[in-house]
Design a protein around this ligand. Structure first.
Ligand code: BGC
Length: 406
C-alpha cells in the first residue's frame, strides 16, 4: 500500500474552529492551553492507495487517527470502513471491524463489509414499489427480493474523495452521483458521505442526498463489529448488547416485514437490558430466530426519528471495549452475521464464520416503499436526505459495571 504525505484542504482551519469542545470566546484561552501543552491534539489524516481495480484504476484510501490511537481507514471503493482500531481497557489496540485485505475480495464477495449501502439499504419485497402511481422494478438479488441497492449498489462504486481535513476533528468526505434510472431507481441522486473522527473517540458518519425526481433513499453503513478484534479468534456471542427499542418488525420466510411491529417484551428480541447475544439466539421456540438463522431483524427505535439518540450499546466484557451507536434513523437492523460461512477471508488471514461479527445498521424500516404504515423513505426534488450516525468508543471496567468515557 503506497503512502503519500497528508493533504490538508483549505477548510482545515475552519474545521478546527468548529471543534465541538470550543465555545465562543475560547479562542484566546486556547493559546494559553497550547502553551501549557494541554491543547487538543489534531486528528491526523493520511492518504494512501488501497489497491487497484481490474483495469488498473487506483482505489485511494484515507486514514484518520487521533491521539488515543483510534484509527479509521476509509477506502473509496464502497466509501467503506476498511479498518477501525480502538483501544481496550489496557490501551491495547485491535481492529474491531471485519474486512478484506484486497480490492478483489471486496468486489467478489457480497458481504458488504464496512460499506456504504444504498440506494435502498435492506430489502424491498419482490423488487417492486410504486411512487406517484407508477411502478418501478428493481433487481431481485436476494431470492425474490431486492437487497442493498442490487449487485451494483453503492458498495461497488468507486467514490470520489472530495476533501480531507486534518484537525480537531479530522474528516474525509466522499461523493457519488447515481444516474437517473440506475438499478431501476428513479432520479439522479447526488450523495455525499462524511466520516468525522474527533479526539473523544467518536466517529460520526453523515449521509446527504438530493434528487431531481421523486425517489426513495435509505443509506447506512454495513460494518460488522467484533470488539474482541476481527483477528482475535473469538466470536461475538459473549458480547453484551442493549438495543433501545420496545418493538421490532417480524418477518416472513424471505425476511420481509409482515404485519405490524411486535412488542419485544418476553421474547429473545428484548435487548432493553444488556444481554449476551448468544444467550437466546438458539431458542428454537422462537420462530423468528429460526427464519433468520439468528437475529436479522429491524428494531423500532425509541425516541424521535430525526434526532440523534442512542440506538444501541455493545460491550465485550473481556476486552472492556464498548461501542455506543447513535442515529437519527427510525430503525436499526441487528444482523448477527448468520450467513458468514467460512468463504470470506479476513484481514488477519482467517476465514469468517457464522457469528464472527455483527451488524447494527441504522435505517428506514425494510420494505418501507410498500408499507404506508412505516416511516417514509421518499425524497423529493428540493428536499435533502440527511442521516447521521455516530459510533462512540469507550471502555468498561472488568466488572462490566463501570464505564469510563475517555
Ligand atoms: C441483511 C442480511 C444479509 C446481509 C448481507 C444484512 O443487512 O440483514 O440478511 O444477509 O446484510 O451482508
Amino acid at each position: 500500500m503506497g503512502r503519500s504525505p497528508c493533504a490538508v484542504d483549505e477548510h482545515g482551519a475552519l474545521d478546527r474552529a468548529r471543534s465541538p469542545r470550543r465555545t465562543a470566546g475560547l479562542g484566546v484561552s486556547l493559546v494559553g492551553l497550547a502553551l501549557s501543552g494541554l491543547a487538543q491534539a489534531a486528528v491526523e489524516a493520511e492518504h494512501m492507495e488501497f489497491g487497484v481495480l481490474a483495469d488498473g484504476t487506483p482505489v485511494p484510501a484515507v486514514e484518520l487517527s487521533n491521539a488515543n490511537g483510534v484509527t479509521v481507514r476509509i477506502i473509496a471503493l464502497g466509501a467503506a470502513i476498511q479498518s477501525l482500531r480502538v483501544p481496550d481497557r489496557n490501551g491495547t489496540l485491535a481492529d474491531v471491524v471485519l474486512g478484506h485485505r484486497s480490492v478483489g475480495e471486496y468486489l467478489d464477495k457480497p458481504q458488504y463489509f464496512g460499506a456504504t449501502v444504498g440506494r435502498y439499504a435492506n430489502r424491498i419485497a419482490g423488487g417492486k414499489f410504486r411512487l406517484d402511481g407508477r411502478e418501478y422494478t428493481l433487481e431481485r438479488n436476494d431470492g425474490p427480493n431486492h437487497l442493498h441497492g442490487g449487485t451494483l449498489g453503492f458498495d461497488k462504486v468507486l467514490w470520489r474523495i472530495e476533501s480531507v481535513t486534518r484537525g480537531t476533528p479530522g474528516r474525509v468526505v466522499l461523493k457519488h452521483v447515481s444516474p437517473d434510472g440506475h438499478g431501476g431507481y428513479p432520479g439522479t441522486l447526488e450523495v455525499t458521505v462524511s466520516y468525522t473522527l474527533d479526539d473523544l473517540d467518536r466517529l460520526t458518519v453523515e449521509y446527504r442526498a438530493r434528487t431531481d425526481k421523486p425517489t426513495i433513499v435509505n443509506i447506512t453503513n454495513h460494518s460488522y463489529f467484533n470488539l474482541a478484534g476481527e483477528g482475535s479468534g473469538r466470536d461475538i456471542m459473549g458480547h453484551r448488547l442493549t438495543i433501545f427499542a420496545d418493538a421490532y418488525t417480524p418477518v416472513d420466510e424471505t425476511l420481509i416485514p409482515q404485519g405490524p411491529p411486535r412488542s419485544v417484551a418476553g421474547t429473545p428480541f428484548d435487548f432493553r437490558q444488556p444481554q449476551a447475544i448468544g444467550a437466546r439466539i438458539r431458542d428454537a421456540s422462537e420462530q423468528q430466530l429460526l427464519i433468520g438463522r439468528g437475529y436479522d431483524h429491524n428494531f423500532v427505535l425509541n425516541g424521535t426519528p430525526g434526532e440523534l439518540r442512542l440506538a444501541a450499546r455493545l460491550e465485550d466484557p473481556d476486552s472492556g471495549r464498548v461501542l455506543e451507536l447513535a442515529t437519527t434513523a427510525p430503525g436499526l437492523q441487528f444482523y448477527s452475521g448468520n450467513f458468514l460461512d467460512g468463504t470470506s477471508i479476513g484481514k488477519a488471514a482467517r476465514s469468517y464464520r457464522q457469528g464472527d461479527g455483527l451488524c447494527l445498521e441504522p435505517q428506514v424500516f425494510p420494505d418501507s416503499p410498500n408499507r404506508p404504515d412505516f416511516p417514509s423513505a421518499r425524497l423529493d426534488p428540493g428536499a435533502e436526505y440527511v442521516h447521521v450516525m455516530q459510533l462512540r468508543f469507550s471502555t468498561a471496567a472488568a466488572s462490566g459495571e463501570q464505564v469510563t468515557a475517555r
